[in-house]
Design a protein around this ligand. Sequence first.
Ligand SMILES: Nc1ncnc2c1ncn2[C@@H]1O[C@H](COP(=O)(O)OP(=O)(O)OP(=O)(O)O)[C@@H](O)[C@H]1O
Ligand SMILES: [Mg+2]
Ligand SMILES: [Zn+2]
Length: 247
Amino acid sequence: MDPDQIRNWRPSRFSEVVGADNQRRIRRLQRKLLKGRLPTPLMLVGVYGYGKTSLARLLLKSLCCEHRNPVTADPCSDCQWCRCFGKIYNGYGQPYRRCECDCTTLNRTQLIEVLDEHRFEDDVALFMDEFHHLHEKRSQEAMLKFVEDFDGLLITAIMEDRLEEVIPPLRERFEVIRMSPPEEHEMVEFFTMMSDAWKVRTKHDVLHFMVKESGKSFRFGIKAHAAAADEPDRTLTESLIQDLLGI
Ligand SMILES: Nc1ncnc2c1ncn2[C@@H]1O[C@H](COP(=O)(O)OP(=O)(O)OP(=O)(O)O)[C@@H](O)[C@H]1O
Ligand SMILES: [Mg+2]
Ligand SMILES: [Zn+2]
């Protein structure tokens, strides 16, 4: 796989979301998806970098996919709706039109515009990422009204330590799914599998070093593999990891 593809990697199958705790929660969602729906509104909660955005996109992709796997609910990654998935306000699928907005870039006027655009559309699956950026009480009240009116599907992703800033009447309306940081050994197993898939040569103790020294960072692990793939011999070594970490 070329370095940029590694850099942009995200799970495209539910089984690729690492962590036994996460898998347990996801299994319930997979069962719902097989019936063609998801609980709504849904809030993915977790600390920085442990798969909130990735899972939300995967859920919506599965929901809209024409050839969803009948056993795992994995999206096919190949139909027109899977392939058109990009970033902001894009991706039109069936039975839902899939929309994504990043709350970091929304001011209050834009938020109201987004909500008004979709308020009475029941065929929209709206993903609001970085939901903690709507910390203003007035924005949250607008959200509360929207959640009451909206018959489509709403998924939000929020940083765990900001959850308490969400006003209780809004928070209580959501079904909460927690994304937990996996165990160290689960991450090492994951990167062992991915080094192989990405054709990067490395050793088990190097991967262990990488996971430990980076503070169990998926983003770092992926970046280190992309950097190794940039090298002519495609080898991930302890010294490359040290360079990247600046240690
Ligand atoms: N549990 C996981 N299993 C597999 N890959 C993961 C997992 N968690 C994170 N990743 C990988 O780490 C990267 C960051 O994940 P993602 O952007 O989904 O996290 P996030 O929780 O949305 O982070 P942030 O809080 O910064 O928005 C992605 O490339 C993703 O593939
Ligand atoms: Mg995110
Ligand atoms: Zn598909």
